[in-house]
Ligand binder design. Sequence first.
Ligand code: SF4
Length: 332
Amino acid sequence: MPAFDTLQMGITTRCNLLCAHCPREPADCFEHLPLELFKQRLARFEAARFGTLLVSDFGEPTMVPGFLSYLRHARRQGWRAVEFVTNASCTDRALWEAVVREELAARIMISLEAATPAQYRAFRGQPWETFARTVALITALKGRHAPGAAPEIRLNAVCLVDTLHELEPLIRFTAEVGADALSLVHLNPTARCSRDDWRGGPDHHLDGLPRDRLLEAFAHALALARDLGVDVSLPEPMPELGEAAPWVPPPAAAPDGIRCTQPFLWVQVHAGGAVYPCCQMSARWSVGNLDEADFEQLWRGPRYSRLLDGLMPGGEPLEVCRQCNILAGRYF
Ligand code: SF4
């Protein structure tokens, strides 16, 4: 089995927001993963085989009763690099103080799409002021902690057609609030949703815009980021702007020529126990369930094989892979 980069384990499918581009369906079943079951699931994986544990899925993890206990348990079990994603709607100062003081997370990723109050509220439904105050609290707590042990605070912004004009406010907010970095990422084109008001479909992906318009917007964003000293990453290589894709050595276990190495880097486990070989496929190709088999059995099973065969030269990729940003040359 490979030495994976990340184990992603969801602990809830509940969220207090319903963002405009989120593919959650109102009819979805929403639940928390009980702490005891989290412990059992985590025990099925060797911490030494993974670089990072990402305690997140579509839900908002800070809503889970006893959320800190999940992080503490992971640390006790030897998971050194624990991360989570949050919408920063939790205003419980004690929770954020504990995360930073007890060094429960190596990285906190904070999601947003816009940094102007009206646009932010249009996407998220919550007031911008609440969000901005919480992010400022987290960065201030981090600033008071020992530098080497403080969590990285990374803002993660999905870029859509409707929010391309938000690049500048996003960069200015990252600088003002003192976050460590801003990731600009593409909308995930593998997501599906039946909501009438959903703004996450193909029409909203930046691929729908002329290339020169994209380059103009990102060139301006990069120049501003340089001026303000913001560490910003783009959603795809832009060699026209001097931002070519860096060469990254492929994982040792990945066969030569495979078109996507994510299945050798990432394992995602949903709250219900279903296992997915990456987080980009919107839970559309489960390779099995931990209630029925060990991960090693799943890794050697027919569902992983079908996925990997399809990614080899001459293979027929799964439909979800054909729709994925990765095969289109975008970043993960
Ligand atoms: S191509 Fe996309 S969906 Fe397919 S395995 Fe790679 S990251 Fe996942």
